[in-house]
Design a protein around this ligand. Structure first.
Ligand code: M6R
Length: 361
């Protein structure tokens, strides 16, 4: 049932393009306007505050939404991991919308957070992959990811589908609030054609080749800026959970506030540095880590040959709208973690101490 793949995780990464296509069914009209009938009953125009709640990888997808939505919508997006959210006071009013993200739809802390919001009189939109799961039953409305079953404990195709839905949701809100511009149409177009792009990205043999240089390290630091702070956190989570390498993720600007003290030749850096508006800042951060003699692996935009001068290894992704890099980089960090785990002799489908659905608090 692994369809010829060595592990479910590899199979599920390979399924990302078709999984994106399923998530997109009915989501954009012929003119690239976002469609989200599930939310037609919500007064999207009125919302001033969005509360986002999730755990683990789903939380990282939420972070991408925060950066994207706050850039274009006049709303505050407050995000928290569910195990903290549920114990804090919740302020709900008519202008607040809560979004709960859970692949399994069964995560205990996320469920309890939803219950707390509902008790306070709030409305909850769930994003889930499992039809009829508890979270979908207790939320007001569910946006389904349609990724198909994911067996590997590490979230892969479901993370990508969460991103697709969250970008679409933000675009839907932008449209509803009359903030739509040609730029949003361009983003919508790229989302609609992202499956093809990702097909090419996952066939990049460089990812496996490069992973060989990093399989024996005991530590790893992922850095990114802006929306790719989320990519750095997710990259580190993916690596630590399946390869047992002590990987940490930071917004790159935080390096000099402590973590840079860790770096030396035994502590490599994974820099997320696509050609976006924070690119020059990322370059300076890469230079800083270079000065500590750390080995540097950079993810960059195709055509950026300059970056090779300050990196030991470079993995390229095609150029996309700057907000969409988390989407195209996601499969790269997943494959990188997969190959390292496999080369270290671990089964990436069954990481120790972890379960696919975390139904205990
Ligand atoms: O099912 P959920 O999306 O609620 O799960 C939340 C986390 O347990 C989950 O994303 C976990 O971090 C991933 N399996 C890590 O790859």
């Amino acid at each position: 049932e692994k369809g010829g793949f060595k592990h479910f995780m590899l199979k599920e990464i390979d399924e990302i393009p078709e999984s994106i296509e399923s998530a997109l069914v009915g989501r954009f009209d012929d003119d690239y306007n976002p469609v989200m009938h599930e939310l037609d009953e919500f007064n999207i125009e009125k919302i001033k505050r969005i509360l986002l709640v999730a755990c683990g990888t789903s939380y990282h997808a939420g972070l991408v939404f925060k950066y994207f939505a706050e850039k274009y919508l006049n709303v505050d997006v407050l995000i928290d991991v569910a195990s903290e959210f549920r114990y804090r006071p919740i302020r709900i009013d008519d202008e607040t919308l809560t979004i709960a993200i859970s692949q399994s739809g069964e995560t205990a802390d996320t469920l309890e957070s939803i219950r707390a919001v509902k008790k306070a009189g709030g409305k909850v939109v769930a994003i889930s992959n499992v039809v009829g799961s508890t979270i979908t039953r207790e939320s007001d409305v569910t946006l389904y990811m349609n990724a198909g079953p994911e067996i590997g404990v590490a979230a892969s195709k479901t993370y990508v589908n969460q991103l697709i839905l969250l970008y679409t949701l933000a675009l839907y809100m932008i449209k509803k609030r009359n903030l739509w511009t040609e730029e949003h149409k361009k983003i919508a177009k790229q989302i609609v054609s992202s499956a093809n792009l990702i097909k090419k990205i996952i066939s990049n043999k460089e990812i496996e080749r490069v992973s060989d240089h990093y399989k024996n390290y005991q530590h790893f630091m992922y850095i990114g800026r802006g929306v790719n702070t989320a990519t750095a956190l997710e990259g580190a989570l993916k690596l630590k959970e399946i390869s047992y390498i002590n990987a940490v993720g930071y917004p790159a600007g935080e390096l000099k506030h402590g973590p840079i003290a860790l770096l030396d030749p035994t502590f490599p850096v994974f820099a997320i540095a696509p050609k976006d508006s924070l690119y020059e800042k990322m370059r300076s951060n890469i230079e800083e880590t270079r000065a500590r003699n750390a080995r540097i692996l950079t993810i960059a935009t195709e055509g950026d040959t300059e970056i090779q001068k300050i990196s030991h290894d470079v993995l390229y992704v095609p150029e996309v709208h700057e907000d969409l890099y988390p989407l195209v980089i996601a499969p790269v960090i997943q494959l990188f973690a997969y190959y390292i785990a496999d080369k270290r002799g671990y089964d990436p489908d069954k990481p120790r101490n972890l379960a696919k659905s975390v139904t205990v608090e």
